[in-house]
Design a protein around this ligand. Sequence first.
Ligand code: BG6
Length: 468
Amino acid sequence: FQTLKGFPKDFLWGASTSAYQVEGAWNEDGKSPSVVDMLVHPEEAADFTVASDHYHRFREDVALFAELGLKAYRFSVAWTRILPHGTGEVNQAGLAFYQQLIDELLHHGIEPVVTLYHFDLPYILEQQGGWSNRATIDAFVEYAGVLFTAFGSKIKYWLTINEQNTLILHPGAVGMPEGGELPSKQVLYQQNHHMMVAQARVMALCHQRCPAGKIGPAINTTSMYQETCHPLDAIAAHNWETLRCWSFLDVAVHGRYNALAWRYLEDRGLAPVMAAEDAALLLQGKPDYVAINYYSTATIAASRGDASDVSARAGDQQIMLGEPGVYRAAENPFVDKTQYGWVIDPVGLRLTLRKTCERYHLPILITENGIGAPDTLQPDGTVNDDYRIEFMRQHVEQMQMAINDGVELIGYCPWAAIDVVSTHQGYAKRYGFIYVNRGEKDLLDLRRIKKNSFGWYQRVIASNGEQR
Ligand code: BG6
């Protein structure tokens, strides 16, 4: 291209968090435990119960978000604060908390972007079978209905389920249940189907109750490279890109299963049982936009069909190496990695945005992107996270190129607005623009400190992406 378009005037420069990772107050004001509250954490694991204490400090945090210049703040509502029994009686104290948070954001001119459900299913529903139980579909619709009624006039952007694909493909990434037993693949794909139906019904309900509201799915989305130009590597990369990402978004957007993914499920006896009304219900879900969480790309080769395809442990992490007959993970010599082994690939973001745009013809909101690092507070009171600035600078640059390519990108909400507890790697793995002064167990004074990236992002937002 000979010209480079700027960011649209109303571009949503934002940042994200999720309820259980930031709020704390896990059992206060009528909140019941969620599945993540009940996970078994190793002895040395971070204290989740206080997280970043945002529940008690949200006004101070929102004031900092306003100083940062955020145009949008993506957060999730804890289902367990609103409906402590999963369904039924509404906890007014829970509604009041989010009402105040939303009002505080709007007062500062920050657009709230609300995720209905971010990994934290009410534990009471889990005890009744969780997403394996079809009744959870009704529970989710009921819960979403409470939020649409309470906040529908104030919320323009809703998100259904955060990273349904992570929940299904890497259930251990969110934590281990008691007894360490993860559900079988067959159970997981049945749960997936129930979530798909629930999501479609919730999208339809949102359109009915909140005429000005927009709603979409939020999937962890990434492009896959083939290791070589061997045609079988290309098929393997396509296999995994479809099974990992597109198969989830296809159902959300088109209301029907992806053909390749369905054959994969059928062939392995993993196809979910569908009730007679499900095909019609899936078609009811018509998202207004697609949200993507983008962190890195993967490089894929043809399966060898032996044990070297399957997963292995590296340190405390379960690494997916592949699946016999489907794909095998390979190394990409052209990209760097974070300290936690995640591939850093800004150009991959441009590619992923192009593909998502081409496939769905919908506006796209980036709801997560960021670098986890053990940021440290210096004796002079500063936090030098220049690697985060570099990471984001390169991603913002590629976003602009994607816009220039024709992608309708409406906003960027990196992970995270403020330090939060990582899903399974403690508090030392930080992502925020704002440092929270606490250790894994030692909660110190939880004071908020602006990192170097805070000033950088402030300038990016103030110049609508020009100064970076
Ligand atoms: C996303 C999740 O997958 O990645 C977030 O939606 C999570 O909840 C983020 O925190 C970073 O992952 P992690 O494992 O480093 O916390």
